[in-house]
Design a protein around this ligand. Structure first.
Ligand code: GDP
Length: 449
């Protein structure tokens, strides 16, 4: 399995971190290829919980290269915080490598993200407001600042100056907006989300340049030509895992636009975001929960706003790693999963959190949608208006009462749980290789291994 991509098959938070952590045992390098510090992976190792926002979960292995690829956008302040935090917990950071071509999330990106969301009001996308969208926008506009720019003060200053110039109008609008918010909040009060009035030292050219030169000094030992690193490992016949953040249905091109992330989390993007060729990829693993969740706004056909949804939320502990927000919960959507399987051309599936479903008498899986006009849809509709109003039609399967957390082999699983898994695998035509039965790293059942 030299080139193996791991992607989220739903709307994110599927437990990719744990699956990556398990498969990483067999790899030489683990590479993140897109997204920013809006990703949250939680890994439980020997009872200790680690939360990662930017650094690939492979960092817990001291002997493996752990790479932030060129397709990632990174906030150096947050990255350094994460590095320091892990170091304090005794994690060896020497193997962390950062692509010199990755783009930097600058303080003005964070401000503009907040400004954009405030402006949209009720129509806001529910972004994590970390500046990721504006950073990718600058990359496409060729106004971005890259990691390598941190190493040359003159270039850095010139690039920040140019990037800032094009944002004056938006930043001015932001300060007007702030004043309005403050007024609405009443005298003396500051509305939620408001930021203090300009001049904001965070976006002062000299302060920013100085601060970032400093970040550069601290990051320099980690900065590398990470594509070459991947080629060398692959050419030696060893395994590289390409770890996606977010998930297929949040893909900028193929997800439920505009309620998506600003990058491409699908498997094909691993080539661009890590600097490898398509034929370097040998396997694609999709990670899906045994049910479905979604954070933020956007269509979610199988959403449940009842006791079953509450069961999933509470038992599955469905709160965002990065934001703490409650996740929306619902039944497994096989129409959407089949779409994800094809988009990524998955070769294997990992189904996580099966343990969360125990105690539900009947399990449902969406097998088709019905449009508002009554048409039956077997495939994921390309038109957003149809998806927004589609209602799912379900297949019902018997539930299981048993606690699965101690299951370690296929035979330990109740027959109803196996039937549920078989139904999913048959429907989407991809073998399930791994089943999660608890957050711990040993709480898994390997199948078809
Ligand atoms: P990621 O971003 O896809 O890695 O997902 P997160 O880390 O945000 O969310 C997954 C959460 O589910 C974490 O808290 C994991 O510890 C937990 N988790 C992963 N697999 C399982 C599982 O099989 N069962 C249960 N109950 N929790 C799991």
């Amino acid at each position: 399995m030299p080139g193996l991509v791991i992607v989220g098959a739903q709307w994110g938070d599927e437990g990719k971190g744990k699956v990556t952590d398990l498969l990483a045992e067999r790899a030489e390098a683990i590479v993140r290829f897109q997204g920013g510090n809006n990703a949250g992976h939680t890994i439980v190792r020997d009872g200790e919980e680690f939360k990662f926002h930017l650094i690939p979960s492979g960092i817990l292995y001291p002997d493996k290269a752990c790479v932030i690829g060129n397709g990632v956008v990174l906030d150096p302040r947050i990255l350094l915080g994460e590095i320091d935090g892990l170091r304090r917990r005794g994690v060896d950071m020497n193997n962390l490598k950062i692509s010199a071509n990755a783009h930097l999330i600058m303080p003005y990106h964070v401000l503009l993200d907040t400004a954009g969301e405030l402006k949209l009001g009720k129509l806001s996308l529910g972004t994590t407001r970390r500046g990721i969208g504006p950073c990718y926008a600058d990359k496409a506009l060729r106004l971005g600042i890259r990691v390598q720019d941190l190493l040359d003060e003159k270039i850095l200053r010139a690039k920040i100056r140019t990037a800032l110039a094009s944002k004056q109008q938006a930043l001015r609008e932001l300060s007007v907006q702030r004043r309005k918010l403050r007024k609405e909040a009443g005298e003396g009060g500051v509305a939620e989300g408001a930021i203090e009035d300009a001049p904001d030292p965070r976006i002062d050219l000299h302060t920013m340049t100085e601060e970032h030169v400093n970040f550069g000094h601290r990051l320099e030992p980690h900065i590398a030509d990470t594509s070459r690193l991947c080629w060398d490992v692959l050419d030696a016949g060893k395994t590289v895992i390409f770890e996606g953040a977010q998930a297929t249905l949040l893909d900028l091109d193929h997800g439920t636009y505009p309620f998506v992330t600003s990058s491409n989390p699908i498997a094909g993007a691993a080539t661009v975001g890590a600097g490898i060729g398509p034929t370097d990829i040998d396997e694609v693993w999709g990670v899906a929960k045994a049910y479905a969740t979604r954070v933020g706004a956007g269509p979610f056909p199988t959403e449940l706003e009842d006791a079953t949804g509450r069961h999933m939320l509470e038992k599955g502990h469905e709160y965002g790693t990065t934001t703490g927000r409650e996740r929306r919960c619902g039944w497994m959507d096989l129409v959407a999963l089949r779409y994800a399987v094809r988009l990524n051309r998955m070769s294997s599936l990992a189904i996580t959190k099966l343990d969360v479903l125990s105690g539900l008498e009947t399990l449902r899986v969406a097998v088709r949608y019905r449009s508002r006009e009554g048409a039956l849809l077997d495939t994921f509709p390309y038109h957003q208006s149809i998806l927004h109003s589609a209602t799912p039609e379900y297949e019902e399967l018997p539930g299981f009462g048993a606690d699965l957390r101690e299951c370690r082999g296929a035979d330990d699983l109740p027959a109803e749980a196996r039937r549920y898994l078989d139904y999913i695998a048959d429907f989407v035509g991809v073998p399930i290789r791994l089943v999660g039965v608890g957050p711990g790293r040993d709480q898994v059942v390997w199948l078809n291994d």
